[in-house]
Design a protein. Structure first.
Length: 89
């Protein structure tokens, strides 16, 4: 799937850097999932105060919440991939 994504407009530097590690389930910390969750919480709180809806950000934040709640907050934020895998099963 990585070559497919990287071959089109979904191409990202993050996928280039972490795609192979994600596929191998190597989630050694780079930027911890718990920190990413905190940043999303701040963004959502700010958006709420401004009356702005961020439904996709809310969905991703909920996924990070699941990851952290199951004790994987110290893994790299790319471990969110495991939540996507579970949703796809």
């Amino acid at each position: 799937m990585i070559p497919v994504l990287q071959g089109g407009s979904a191409r990202t530097q993050m996928m280039e850097l972490r795609g192979a590690r994600m596929a191998a389930h190597d989630f050694n910390p780079g930027f911890k999932a718990s920190f990413h969750r905190k940043d999303l919480r701040i963004a959502l709180e700010t958006a709420r105060e401004m009356g702005i809806a961020l439904p996709f950000t809310r969905q991703v934040a909920d996924m990070f919440n699941r990851l952290v709640e199951r004790g994987q907050g110290d893994l790299d934020n790319s471990a969110l991939f495991t939540i996507v895998e579970e949703m796809s099963a």
